[in-house]
Design a protein around this ligand. Structure first.
Ligand SMILES: Cc1cc2nc3c(=O)[nH]c(=O)nc-3n(C[C@H](O)[C@H](O)[C@H](O)COP(=O)(O)OP(=O)(O)OC[C@H]3O[C@@H](n4cnc5c(N)ncnc54)[C@H](O)[C@@H]3O)c2cc1C
Length: 469
């Protein structure tokens, strides 16, 4: 299914003009309609075409979000929540125009309950800002998509990243949230208790809903103690299969790795060029352990032994913070490093996730497919969870290259689904993955449609996302 088939939303010129008038009067300069601001608030991260909203509004409170949503509801105009715009599947595009609701001014940390290991934040707080604020408390928030994303956007995409193998994803770390629903009501989904069996789990319904069911205006998040000791390093392997098999053995043996990231040979070349890391140009695992001095040393030794059994090594590890920071900075910049492999090219970024026992097979088949099609497409993965990403570098102005990349992505997603996996482990559906949802979940998608219709009968909240028509 082509993107154009699934992402159509009709424009209502009169409704949009009416809402722009109302918002201009109410918000003044906090409503922006200039072309460059509107384009910055549409999809900009990958080859998916930019579809700009008609205006961008910057509310500062839940009540102001309610006012925006009520104005949009009265005129049936789309309203698209916007965090930092780093999502990768066209999530923030406005296929039928409408209003982008930018949460960047809702950036207050409302409370830190150190004794309960939780905090309450507004949605525009970024993960780096939260961790900077927490630094002196001895606590941290572990979820780290490579980008410095907003916590509202991270909840809305059910984001994860390198630490998820140890700390879980946003699904596991949002205790409660407040959201403005399509009719303008603000609801709070839970209290701060660590557990609750009180009614339907609206927190988890809204986490991952990509702004299609409600606009999050505050979040209660779990926090963790900064580990007493952290060790980590890089281990080269003769092949991707060998590296994956070492990961499988590590997870199955119950070694509590905090991060275990695969970088394939081409990705390692890009990282070495971009960040100057001095490691062999071969598939590598970037690994990190959290715990006491003794336990991180023990974990590192055990991992080194497993790696050697699979032909990997030497596993060089360190507890020195600056050296680790350099490694993880290089890993987090993998996306930008990849773009240097083909200057001027656009990236088609895709992620899939499979049960860990199928990981080696899935990546090996994918690498063979890349080679067979002659694509330039490095692979990185949060492989402790069975999750990996491929970035296909292409000339987005060449329809043949775009079609070839989409054909590859189609096969990759169907391969993951056929292995009892998913078409997205963490990036979400947005526009880019809509064509795969029914293949993966069948009639469950009808139930999702019923939920959407019940909660947003006018389809004003981020229309044209997640659910194929
Ligand atoms: C270099 C790079 C590396 C990345 N690595 C990872 C990774 O490792 N793991 C990972 O999970 N992701 C990764 N991503 C993807 C991206 O960072 C995540 O999807 C992130 O969670 C998006 O947050 P954001 O603030 O940018 O949201 P946006 O892009 O602004 O919005 C994303 C979606 O959330 C909705 N939304 C935003 N705010 C709200 C709100 N307050 N209420 C309701 N809906 C809202 C939007 O409408 C949209 O549908 C990466 C992206 C880049 C560019």
């Amino acid at each position: 299914m082509a993107l154009s088939d699934v992402a159509m939303v009709e424009r209502d010129e009169d409704g949009i003009a009416a809402v722009l008038g109302i918002l201009k009067q109410r918000f003044g300069e906090r409503l922006q309609t200039g072309a460059s601001v509107r384009e910055q608030h549409a999809h900009t991260t990958t080859y998916i075409p930019t579809q700009a909203p008609d205006g961008v509004v910057f509310p500062e409170t839940t009540e102001e979000v309610q006012e925006v949503v009520r104005a949009c509801a009265a005129h049936r105009v789309p309203v698209i929540a916007f965090g930092t715009g780093t999502s990768l599947e066209g999530h923030v595009n406005a296929p039928g125009g409408g209003i982008s609701l930018d949460t960047s001014r809702m950036n207050r940390i409302l409370a830190v309950h150190a004794e309960d290991l939780d905090c309450v934040v507004e949605p525009g707080v970024t993960r780096e800002a939260l961790n900077t604020h927490l630094r002196d408390t001895g606590l941290f928030f572990p979820i780290d998509p490579g980008a410095n994303a907003s916590l509202g956007g991270m909840a809305a995409t059910r984001a994860s990243g390198t630490n998820a193998v140890r700390y879980g994803t946003m699904r596991d770390n949002v205790l409660a949230l407040t959201a403005v629903m399509a009719d303008g009501r603000a609801v709070t989904t839970a209290r701060r208790a660590k557990k609750s069996a009180a009614g339907y789990d609206l927190t988890r319904l809204l986490v991952g809903s990509e702004g299609t069911l409600g606009i999050i205006t505050s979040l209660t998040l779990k926090l963790y103690g900064i580990p007493q000791a952290i060790s980590g390093g890089v281990c080269p392997f003769p092949s991707v299969e060998a590296a994956c098999n070492a990961v499988i053995a590590t997870i199955q043996m119950g070694i509590p790795v905090a991060r275990i990231e695969l970088v394939n040979q081409l990705q390692m070349r890009a990282i070495k060029q971009h960040s100057g890391l001095d490691y062999p140009e071969s598939p590598c695992l970037f690994v990190e352990f959290h715990g006491s001095e003794a336990s991180v040393a023990e974990q590192a030794e055990s991992f080194g032994e497993i790696a050697a059994e699979h032909g990997g090594g030497p596993f060089l590890w360190t507890s020195v913070a600056e050296e680790r920071a350099k490694l993880w900075k290089a890993r987090h910049e993998a996306y930008w490093a990849s773009l240097t492999l083909r200057p001027g090219a656009k990236g088609l970024s895709t992620d899939v996730c499979v049960p860990i026992s199928r990981l080696a097979e899935c990546i090996a088949e994918t690498e063979a497919d890349i080679a067979g099609m002659g694509l330039i497409a490095p692979i990185v993965g949060h492989v402790g969870d069975g999750n990996f990403h491929v970035l296909v570098l292409m000339d987005a102005s060449d329809p043949r290259e775009v079609a070839q990349a989409e054909e590859f992505v189609g096969r990759l997603n169907m391969r993951a689904i056929s292995m009892d996996g998913t078409c997205t482990g963490e990036h979400g559906i947005g526009q880019g993955k809509m064509g795969f949802l029914e293949h993966e979940l069948g009639e469950a998608v009808d139930v999702m449609r019923s939920i959407k219709t019940a909660l947003d009968p006018q389809n004003i909240l981020n229309p044209g996302k997640i659910l194929p028509r």
